[in-house]
Design a protein around this ligand. Structure first.
Ligand SMILES: Cc1cc2nc3c(=O)[nH]c(=O)nc-3n(C[C@H](O)[C@H](O)[C@H](O)COP(=O)(O)O)c2cc1C
Length: 238
């Protein structure tokens, strides 16, 4: 594909066909990802890859946590607090989940949610349908491959920046080869449940997941949230 086409065609894929992705192809994508720049060439990222039974077992563990969390959210008063603390469903990832967006980001996040639920035909107040959709994150939107991206825990800001570039290379390379991806910060929320499935050094922290596979024709994959304009993002000269 032409580079410009790759840039334009990459969008988040949230429904996949059953077609498997070969190990050779995954290796090619990772080799492309490794061409990314990083601060002082530190390349402080690592990846854990799950397919087949391992992926299903991780999904099972994450779904258990998600379902418990939803059950607790629906409780009221003291029982909600007590169950919240004792259930074991509290986030156990390496980074604190931060969903308290500053107002200008919040507006865009709300617009994105509205657009997504609009395509899915989910009404704003249909909490059950929204929860059921959110749940799909933890089964990796049925993608055949789930990847988990780790960063070195020290110099985390720069490592995170480097990792973003690595991730973008990975996603663009996947698009180039007809594959679809969706970055998934959601799966890092219960990173403590992912870690036991791999041999991971403690100093590496789970920052994001990314699911990978061949995009289906489902309407959700046509969702393209609006991007900001160049004028909007450039600060004027003082
Ligand atoms: C770091 C990061 C984390 C994300 N986490 C999720 C996620 O947990 N679930 C999800 O459905 N999409 C997730 N996304 C996808 C974004 O919602 C998506 O990139 C954004 O809406 C722009 O859409 P586009 O990727 O189609 O251009 C994530 C994207 C990034 C970059």
């Amino acid at each position: 594909m032409e580079f410009q086409d790759v840039l334009t065609k990459r969008n988040s894929t949230r429904d996949f066909t059953d077609q498997e992705v070969s190990d050779d192809l995954i290796k090619t994508l990772l080799a492309d990802a490794l061409k990314a720049p990083s601060s002082s060439n530190t390349q402080s990222y690592r990846v854990a890859i799950a397919k087949g039974a391992t992926k299903d077992k991780i999904a099972e563990a994450l779904l258990k946590k998600y379902d418990k969390g939803i059950e607790i959210q629906r409780l009221k008063g003291v029982s909600k607090i007590v169950r919240g603390i004792t259930s074991g469903a509290l986030p156990n990832g390496d980074f604190k989940p931060d969903i308290h967006y500053p107002s200008e980001q919040k507006r865009r996040a709300i617009e994105c949610g509205k657009g997504l639920y609009g395509v899915l035909g989910i009404e704003r107040h249909d909490r059950a349908a929204r929860d059921a959709w959110m749940r799909k994150n933890f089964e990796f939107f049925n993608a055949p491959v789930a990847m988990f991206i780790f960063v070195h825990g020290e110099r985390a800001e720069y490592s995170a920046l480097d990792t973003g570039m690595f991730l973008q290379n990975l996603m663009l390379s996947a698009t180039d080869k007809g594959l679809g991806t969706c970055a998934q910060a959601s799966v890092a929320m219960w990173g403590g449940d992912v870690r036991p499935f791999f041999d991971i050094e403690d100093k590496y922290k789970l920052i994001c997941g990314v699911c990978l596979g061949y995009p289906s024709n489902d309407k959700i994959n046509s969702f393209q949230p609006e991007k900001r304009t160049v004028e909007e993002i450039c600060f004027p000269v003082a």
